[in-house]
Design a protein around this ligand. Sequence first.
Ligand code: DC
Length: 221
Amino acid sequence: MRTYSIAIDGPSASGKSTVAKIIAKRLGYIYVDTGAMYRAFTLAVLRAGIDPKDEEKSCTLIGKINISFDSENNITLDGENVAKEVRTNEVADNVSYIASYKEIRLFLVEAQRKIAQNVSVVMDGRDIGTYVLQNADLKIFQIASAEERAKRRYLENKEKGLKTSYEECLENVNKRDYIDSHRAFCPLRPAENSVQINTTEMTIGEVVNRILQLAAERGLR
Ligand code: DC
């Protein structure tokens, strides 16, 4: 059976995961949150008492830990559901270091490609269209202003009962934008044949409809 893939890339908190989840449900595809995989690796590094700024020590966990998703699509670390743990400030503050290490990226990219091999996916991240799924049937580059993204992250955290101020969210968004787009290997940038969508003044429904329209135009089912 022919499978399809949609790549949604963009900076932190640009609303990719919210949109990707809805699109996946509407099309009957599997949603793959690759950011959660980098976060789970970061959690493993922190739990091992390793400083995430130490590349060599962080890389020692490659091949020793298992990062996957359970049947309800929760991120798992060695079989444990860590969906909540990967959203803490400590993980958010350190994940960009981990995501900048080439060996760790290659380890997680392999797992991501494996998932997309036999099923249709909506995969969101930073390098899906440029690297992980270079032949994706549809590539979206989703952006929004830093202030709007910090506001969204602040409200999302509040809803989840996590205590973070708007200023902390803005600082974290700006810091991660910088590190994500300046790393040497697979930096955040739009794929050549991607469609850019600026969601600053769009509702979730509008973004979803736009992407579904693009998918339909390309014959994705
Ligand atoms: O999407 P997110 O905020 O959960 O991503 C967490 C971090 O992981 C973010 O700083 C960028 C990084 N990341 C990445 O480098 N490549 C991906 N494909 C996904 C996320």
